[in-house]
Write a protein that binds this ligand. Structure first.
Ligand code: SF4
Length: 249
């Protein structure tokens, strides 16, 4: 998937340094202006995703929004999806896997998420996103650096080795408390499961509540070494300096 030739490594690094620490509304406005119809925001309606939907919706940014609908999301997540569309008057498009759950079970065995969660994520998340990003130049994510050690070196703008395009991470420098404060201040809907011990919410079979003091993502694929769906590969090491203004806003 060839990215617009202007997005060389040097240009990406320059924009990553310039936008480090800038507020997400500025980063999203920049992304919309740069990529136009060539950019997609993929959300799973985590707290960070809801925050970005709020900005895109309130500022009427022309950014296509999608959800990887694995067919295994919590009922509360589907309800939140409808609530966000209604509140902001936007369409958040469903992207479906090629296989229904029944066909997946017939081909790969029942409960693939138990026998081979990497394959399950590849079929129900990675391949559908790859399809949704075909012909695009860039995508937007909600990741933060302090969520996992594999995200610690992500930049505001970077080249995405997994999908071969530019990746924009407007909240990468934010902390969980910054997100919570924003949602409260702007009255943004969020998943009621957060209040029931689910700080990080994915598919039902692979998400469990966490106890106080546990790592917030420890409820994802609990008991396994797996920490990612495969959508967010660790970025290549960078050699350019960060700006000093990297605090969340
Ligand atoms: Fe399958 Fe679990 Fe990955 Fe969802 S999170 S796609 S159920 S392995």
């Amino acid at each position: 998937m060839p990215v617009d030739a202007r997005w060389t490594s040097t240009e990406i690094a320059r924009e990553a340094g310039r936008l480090e620490g800038r507020p997400p509304d500025e980063i999203l406005a920049w992304a919309a202006a740069q990529f136009g119809a060539g950019i997609v925001f993929a959300t799973g309606f985590g707290a960070e995703g809801c925050l970005l939907v709020d900005i895109i919706g309130r500022h009427r940014l022309p950014i296509r929004m999608i959800v990887l609908d694995t067919g295994l999301l919590f009922p509360e997540t589907y309800e939140l999806w409808r609530q966000m569309e209604t509140k902001y008057g936007v369409a958040i498009h469903a992207v479906h896997p090629a296989l229904t759950l029944d066909r997946q079970a017939a081909q790969y065995g029942a409960r693939l998420w138990e026998s081979d969660p990497d394959e399950c994520c590849a079929l129900r998340k990675v391949a559908p996103l790859q399809q949704a990003l075909r012909g695009k130049d860039a995508w937007i994510t909600s990741i933060r650096r302090d969520q996992t050690h594999t995200r610690a070196s992500n930049r505001v703008v970077e080249r995405d080795a997994t999908f071969g395009l530019v990746k924009v991470n407007p909240l990468v420098a934010w902390r969980a408390e910054d997100v919570t404060a924003y949602l409260k201040e702007h009255d943004v809907p969020s998943n009621p499961l957060h209040a029931e011990g689910y700080p990080s919410i994915g598919c039902m079979p692979c998400t469990s509540p966490v106890a106080p003091g546990e790592d917030p993502r420890s409820g994802r694929w609990r008991g396994r070494v797996k920490t990612e769906c495969g959508l967010h590969a660790r970025p290549a090491a960078t050699t350019f300096p960060l700006n000093d203004n990297r605090g969340a806003q």
